[in-house]
Design a protein around this ligand. Structure first.
Ligand code: 13P
Length: 287
């Protein structure tokens, strides 16, 4: 059932768990995430970066695919189609394409400009019943070719953005997209606590969810995180399972080259990763 992120995040906040955002890249990815969410009765957010949207044939194509699968599989859990790290222009494209939610990442702008653009997009999104995520403080690492140095969010700036009425806020707390380096210092729980103290009941979002130890994830949830984004771990599981299939020469046996067979191990591997994360985040059985 397609839905915006507002109710699911309010419920997560009240219930002290986090909803998983799993980024999608193609039909197999989408099907894997939807099937696991339904099996586990978990609300779910499908993250679509601008690059992934373009790769899949544009945001309207993605929205149509998700809506059709939702109907075809009889999905009963709430499913949100959410732009990930959107630009100002990308956010309008998703509004037009009928997404149920957008993220506007204005963290690289001076705070006054981030506030102005976030305010405008919040009004535009809410007018159409969509939810909106904003960002303060950069998330480190590289995603979709965009590199940023991690930067701890300023709680005062977070409070200003939260006061615009956004539905969820991503604040940099030492988290990084992609693999965490061996010398990573860990999440700054001090920053997280300060951000939540200044933003009241605002649902906080933890980006870079891949590779964060389970204990840190649990602690972040106790401090107010109620949406966690995962991309890299699904990519790694897919690649690993596909490599094993090919290295074992299975694509050369019988009709093993059939894409439905070739992509099956990777598809199952994504399902396993999504299942593991949903259980860790505590959102299973919540829809
Ligand atoms: P990872 O790729 O590190 O899991 O991060 C995903 C993310 O934060 C998407 O916005």
């Amino acid at each position: 059932m397609l839905a915006n992120g507002i109710e699911m995040l309010k419920a997560a906040k009240a219930g002290h768990y986090a909803v998983g955002q799993f980024n999608i890249n193609n039909l197999e990815w989408t099907k894997a995430v939807l099937q696991v969410a339904e099996e586990l009765k978990a609300p779910v957010i499908l993250g679509v970066s601008e690059g992934a949207g373009k790769y899949m044939g544009g945001f309207a194509t993605v929205q149509a695919m998700v809506a059709a699968m939702d109907k075809e599989f009889g999905i009963t859990v709430p499913v949100c189609t959410h732009l990930d790290h959107g630009t100002y222009e990308g956010a309008y494209k998703c509004i037009k394409a009928g997404f149920t939610s957008i993220m506007f990442d204005g963290s690289h702008y001076p705070i006054a400009e981030n506030i102005e653009k976030t305010r405008e997009l919040t009004n535009a999104a809410h007018h159409l019943g969509m939810s909106i995520e904003a960002e303060v403080g950069g998330i480190g690492g590289t995603e979709d070719g965009v590199t940023s140095n991690g930067e701890l969010a300023d709680p005062e700036e977070c409070a200003k953005i939260a006061s615009l009425g956004v539905d969820m806020l991503a604040a940099g707390i030492g988290n990084i997209h992609g693999k965490y380096p061996a010398d990573w210092k860990g999440l700054s729980f001090e920053t997280l606590a300060a951000v939540q103290a200044k933003t009241g009941e605002m649902p906080l979002v933890l980006h870079g969810g891949s590779g964060i130890p389970a204990e840190m994830i649990r602690k972040a949830i106790t401090l107010g995180v109620c949406k966690i984004n995962v991309n890299t771990e699904c990519q790694l599981s897919f690649a690993d399972a596909t490599r094993k299939y090919i290295e074992a020469g299975k694509d050369l046996q019988g009709k093993g080259f059939d894409p439905r067979k070739l992509l099956a191990p990777g598809f199952e591997a994504i399902k396993e990763t999504v299942c593991e994360k949903i259980k860790l985040f505590g959102s299973d059985g919540k829809a």
